[in-house]
Design a protein around this ligand. Structure first.
Ligand SMILES: [Ca+2]
Ligand SMILES: [Ca+2]
Ligand SMILES: [Ca+2]
Length: 272
């Protein structure tokens, strides 16, 4: 009996670690990018709608279930069911989840997807990005072909996106993220940006609105009219646990300089 217990223990010890779930939190009230951004003036852009609060990534075997929380009820003021290609039940936000899979300094993509106006630190370069949009995959794919061909094979589109309460949930095939993918062992960065419904300008981002110097009906203000300012409103920073210090860490990380064209340098947050 002793031998059986012993060999069972050895067998268990030899099993690979069970693929993990991971949760991050983000402080409330830091939905101002580098600290200066102001919401668009249209009433639909309710306070807190772009304020990331938490991200829960659950390993469901073949799929990852990713739940993104913001600090306001998710609404669909522009009725995504009636878009030329029907959308996913919300209208305002869009999310990009960058993943540093290999954790090797200098390995992976340095620039974020076109239009985000951000780069990644050497120790945070990404191998995959999950694109969570209110728009159908068909629309996203068309824009990726036009604007991000070189990165397209690194973009993972969810098989399903839905919204309920203050949460957007995306299902992603784990196989699309690479063999043996473990959400708890990679680095994550989550950008919250503003969905662009009618984006067909080659210089723009991928279905994402730019931030301007002055806010407009559909534009965040407090940035710059050039392309140095980050075109997203909230992201993870510091330890990703939601501490008050993370708001200051975000401000420092998203610093940009329109004069020297210095963009923000993003770090990923590691799970566990
Ligand atoms: Ca936040
Ligand atoms: Ca990497
Ligand atoms: Ca944040």
């Amino acid at each position: 009996m002793k031998n059986v217990v012993c060999s069972l223990a050895l067998a268990l010890a030899a099993l690979p670690a069970v693929a993990g779930n991971v949760t991050f939190s983000d402080p409330r009230g830091d939905d101002a990018g580098p600290g200066t951004y102001t919401y668009p003036t249209k009433a639909e852009y309710k306070k807190g709608s772009f304020d990331l609060t938490d991200i829960e990534i659950k390993d469901k075997g073949a799929d990852l279930e990713i739940t993104l929380g913001v600090n306001a009820g998710i609404e669909d003021p522009w009725d995504s069911a009636k878009w030329p290609t029907p959308g996913n039940g919300f209208s305002l936000q869009m999310f990009q989840l960058y993943i540093d899979v290999d954790g090797k300094a200098g390995s992976g993509e340095k620039d974020a997807l076109p239009g985000m106006n951000a780069t990644f630190a050497d120790d945070s370069r990404w191998e995959k990005v999950i694109f969570v949009s209110p728009q159908a995959n068909k629309e996203v794919t068309t824009r990726l072909d036009q604007k991000a061909k070189a990165m397209k094979d690194k973009v993972v589109l969810p098989t399903k996106v839905s919204a309920k309460g203050k949460k957007v949930t995306a299902l992603v095939k784990k196989a699309d993220l690479g063999a043996g993918f473990d959400a708890a062992k990679v680095g994550w960065q989550v950008l919250v940006a503003s969905n662009e419904g009618f984006d067909n300008q080659p210089g723009n981002g991928i279905l994402a609105r730019t931030v301007n110097e002055f806010e407009g009906e559909h534009r965040f203000g407090g940035g710059d009219d050039g392309d140095s300012d980050p075109n997203f409103v909230d992201c993870l920073a510091g330890a990703g646990k939601g501490g008050a210090d993370e708001a200051a860490a975000q401000k420092a990380m998203l610093k940009f300089d329109a004069g020297t064209k210095q963009r923000a340098i993003l770090k990923v947050v590691r799970g566990g």
